[in-house]
Design a protein around this ligand. Structure first.
Ligand code: WT7
Length: 639
C-alpha cells in the first residue's frame, strides 16, 4: 500500500506536513509511483499566482486514458469498471469490464478520428447519463480532443452559447434522454441550438429513446452507423502535461458562463489522490456518485478519479424520485454499494419521505457516505447519518468547486473526526486561509472570513477558455497572490473549516451553481420589464431558491400581474432551463440603488430571506423610499 494514502490521523498529519514543507518532492514522488508516464517531467511545479501562471509536471508526456484503462488490463481486465443502472427499473443493468471499456473507448476514439477530429479540437458532449457518455469523454482524452460536456438539462440557448464560446467542431448527442417518467428531446434541442452555431461540422446521434428525430443530410450521423465499423484499437495521442484535457462551464457573477480549462497531468494526479484518500477506496468496493457527468463532480469522481484508481464506479441514468422516492436505496441494495456520494439537496428531499422507503431496503453494504455541492444543514446530516449510515458510516462533507478540479477540504473517511456541517480539514497539498475585508490574512484559528487558497495544487483550473483576463479578475485579483474561492468560511479552534456559502452573486439551487446576472439578463429581455434583480433565499429542500425583484415599464403597470409572472418564469425556464426558473417574482416600483446606480442586492437578499430588521444604513441610497414598499409587498412561497 502506497504511503501516500493515509490510514490513520497520524498518517494524515505527517502527509500534510510533508506536502506543505516540500510540495515538489511530495507530488513528484506520488506522481512517479502512481501513474504511467510516457516521458517524465523536467520540473514538478512552476508558478506565479499573481499572473496567474501555473504548470505542474512540465515537460512530462502522458495520456490519461492509459492510466484510466490500459494499465489495468493485464491484472484487472475482467474487473467491472462501470456499472450502468438505467432509468427504468425493468431495464437490465450493464456491467462493463475494463477490457470492454477499453474496446468501447478505442472504437469511439476511432469514430471521432473518422470525422476528422484532431488533437486540440473542441468536442461538445450533450448526452444522457449512459455508458456512451463516459466512452465519449475518454475517447476525446485518448486522441487529445478537448471535451466540453454540457449538462443534458440545459436549454438550446445555453448549449449554443457553450458551443460557440469554445468554437466546437462536433456535437455528440442522443435522440432523447430518459429522466424519470419524462424524455428530454436532446436531438431536437440540439437542432434548435445549431441554428446559431457556425463552427459545428457534424452531429453524432446515439439511439437511446427511439423517438423520431430529424437528421440533416451531410451534417447528422447515427452513432451506431459509424461505431460498428471501427477498430477496437486506437493508439493514444501523446499529451504534454499542460495540454488542455477539458473545458467545463460554470456560472459566474456576470452574464457569460466561464469555460474552466483543466489540463492533463495535474488533474489526473489530484483526482486520483483525492478519490483514494477521501473515500478510502478498497480494491473490491462498489462506489456510486449520483452526480451527472455534466458537472465537475461527474468528471472527477465518476470518470477520471475512480477509473484511474481501477475502481468499480456506478453510473445512474435516472433520478432519485423514479419510479418512487426509494430508488437510491433500491440501487444501493441491488449493486451492494459500499461508498455513496450524493448532494445535500437530494438528502433533504429524501428525508421528507416516509422512512419505509428506506427501511425496506438492505443498506448494510454501505461503509462511507459523502456529500457535495453546498453546505449541508445539521438535520439533513443527522438524517443521512442515522437512517442511511445507521450511525456506522463516516460522512465526508467534501468542499470543492468546478475551478478546483478536485476535493480540497474534507474529512478522510474513518480517519478525520467528522462534525456535522463542517467540511473539516484541508487535504494534503491544500493550503487554505481566511482573509478579512481589508485584504489581510486572519491568523487566529477561531475566525470567519473569505476563503482563499495560498499555494497551487495540481488540479487547479489554469484559465477561462479564451479569457485569461477574466480568470485573473475573478479569482486572483481580490487578494493578489491568492486563489479566491468566492466562498465565506468559519474556522474553529482546531482548524476545522465550515463553509458558510457564497459571498458573490452566485446562488446554489439544488446543488446547481447559478449566476444571478445570467437570469437577470433574461428577465430584462421581456418586453414588459424595465429592470430585474435576482437573489437567492434559503429554501427547505433546494438549499436556496431564486427570488426576482422586477420593475415594469409604464405601459405594463396595469396588466394582469399573475399572468405576467408566469410568463416571465416561463421565459427564464425556456431560455436557461428549468433549474434557473425563479420561485418567486415580486413586482416593485423601484429597486434600491447606490448613488452610483449599483443595485443593492444585499438589501434584497435580506428581504427575500425575511430578515427585515437588519438592513444597515439605507439613508445613503439613491432611492431609500422604495425599500419600505418592497418590504410591505414581500412574498412567501406559500402564498
Ligand atoms: C460551490 C462550487 C464541487 C462540485 C459541486 C459544485 C459550494 C460545494 C460544498 C460543501 C459547502 C459547498 C461552494 C462552492 N459547495 N461543496 N461541501 N459545503 N459548500 O461545484 O458548481 O463549481 O460549485 O459549491 O459554494 O463554491 P460548483
Amino acid at each position: 500500500m502506497s504511503r501516500f494514502f493515509a490510514r490513520s490521523f497520524e498518517d494524515y498529519k505527517s502527509l500534510y506536513q510533508e506536502s506543505t514543507n516540500t510540495p515538489e518532492t511530495f507530488w513528484g514522488e506520488f506522481a512517479k509511483e502512481s501513474f504511467s508516464w510516457i516521458k517524465p517531467w523536467d520540473s514538478v511545479l512552476e508558478h506565479d499566482l499573481k499572473k496567474p501562471q501555473v504548470s505542474w509536471f512540465a515537460g512530462a508526456q502522458l495520456n490519461i486514458t492509459e492510466n484510466c484503462i490500459d494499465r489495468h488490463l493485464e491484472k484487472d481486465g475482467n474487473k467491472t469498471a462501470i456499472i450502468f443502472e438505467p432509468n427504468a427499473v425493468d431495464e437490465k443493468a450493464k456491467y462493463i469490464t475494463y477490457a470492454e471499456l477499453s474496446v468501447a473507448v478505442n472504437k469511439t476514439a476511432n469514430l471521432l478520428k473518422s470525422l476528422g477530429v484532431k488533437k486540440g479540437d473542441r468536442i461538445c458532449l450533450y448526452m444522457p447519463m449512459v455508458p456512451e457518455l463516459a466512452y465519449a469523454v475518454l475517447a476525446c482524452a485518448r486522441i487529445g480532443a478537448i471535451h466540453s460536456v454540457v449538462f443534458a438539462g440545459f436549454s438550446a440557448k445555453s448549449l449554443a452559447d457553450r458551443i460557440n464560446d469554445a468554437a466546437c467542431k462536433l456535437v455528440l448527442t442522443a435522440d432523447g434522454g430518459y429522466r424519470g417518467s419524462k424524455i428530454t428531446p436532446l436531438k431536437a434541442i440540439t437542432d434548435d441550438a445549431l441554428t446559431q452555431c457556425p463552427t459545428i461540422e457534424h452531429v453524432v446521434v446515439l439511439k437511446r429513446t427511439n423517438q423520431k428525430v430529424s437528421m440533416l443530410e451531410g451534417r447528422d450521423i447515427w452513432w451506431h452507423d459509424l461505431y460498428d465499423q471501427q477498430s477496437g484499437n486506437c493508439p493514444v495521442e501523446v499529451m504534454d502535461a499542460e495540454d488542455p484535457l477539458f473545458i467545463l462551464y460554470t456560472s459566474g457573477s456576470t452574464g457569460q458562463p466561464k469555460g474552466m480549462v483543466h489540463t492533463c497531468a495535474g488533474y489526473m494526479v489530484y483526482t486520483n489522490f483525492s478519490f483514494r484518500n477521501v473515500f478510502q477506496y478498497q480494491p473490491n468496493d462498489v462506489y456510486w456518485c449520483t452526480a451527472d457527468i455534466g458537472w465537475i463532480t461527474g468528471h472527477s469522481y465518476i470518470v477520471y478519479g475512480p477509473l484511474s484508481a481501477g475502481a468499480t464506479t456506478v453510473m445512474f441514468e435516472g433520478v432519485p424520485s423514479y419510479p418512487d422516492m426509494g430508488r437510491f436505496w433500491q440501487v444501493v441494495e441491488k449493486h451492494k454499494v459500499n461508498i455513496l456520494y450524493t448532494a445535500p439537496t437530494a438528502i433533504r428531499a429524501l428525508a421528507k419521505c416516509d422512512l419505509s422507503l428506506v427501511t425496506q431496503h438492505d443498506l448494510s453494504s454501505l461503509k462511507t457516505l459523502g456529500t457535495v455541492g453546498e453546505p449541508i444543514n445539521k438535520e439533513a446530516w443527522e438524517w443521512y447519518d442515522q437512517n442511511i449510515g445507521k450511525s456506522q458510516c463516516p460522512i465526508v462533507d467534501t468542499w470543492w468547486q468546478t475551478e478546483t478540479g478536485g476535493i480540497l477540504i474534507s474529512p478522510l473517511s474513518g480517519i478525520t473526526e467528522t462534525i456535522p456541517t463542517f467540511a473539516t480539514l484541508p487535504l494534503p497539498g491544500v493550503q487554505p486561509c481566511l482573509m478579512d475585508d481589508n485584504g489581510n490574512e486572519i491568523d487566529e484559528q477561531n475566525a470567519e472570513g473569505k476563503l482563499c487558497i495560498k499555494f497551487p495544487w495540481p488540479s487547479m483550473a489554469r484559465t477561462i477558455y479564451g479569457n485569461h483576463k477574466r480568470f485573473k479578475e475573478t479569482y486572483y485579483s481580490a487578494f493578489p497572490g491568492l486563489y479566491f474561492t468566492g466562498d465565506g468560511a468559519k474556522r474553529d479552534q482546531n482548524g476545522n473549516y465550515r463553509i458558510t456559502g457564497r459571498v458573490d452573486d452566485v446562488v446554489i439551487v439544488s446543488g446547481h451553481n447559478l449566476g444571478t446576472a445570467e437570469i437577470e439578463n433574461i428577465i430584462d429581455e421581456h418586453e414588459a420589464v424595465t429592470e430585474a434583480a435576482v437573489v437567492g433565499y434559503p429554501h427547505d429542500i433546494k438549499g436556496n431558491s431564486i427570488y426576482a425583484f422586477v420593475t415594469l415599464s409604464d405601459a405594463h403597470q396595469t396588466k394582469d400581474a399573475k399572468a405576467l409572472e408566469q410568463n416571465i418564469k416561463q421565459l427564464v425556464s425556456n431560455t436557461l432551463g428549468p433549474i434557473s426558473k425563479p420561485e418567486i417574482i415580486q413586482f416593485c416600483s423601484g429597486l434600491p440603488k447606490t448613488r452610483s446606480g449599483k443595485i443593492m442586492r444585499r438589501i434584497l437578499r435580506k428581504v427575500a430571506a425575511n430578515e427585515l430588521d437588519a438592513f444597515g444604513d439605507i439613508s445613503t441610497l439613491l432611492n431609500p423610499e422604495c425599500v419600505q414598499e418592497i418590504v410591505d409587498n414581500r412574498k412567501n412561497e406559500m402564498r
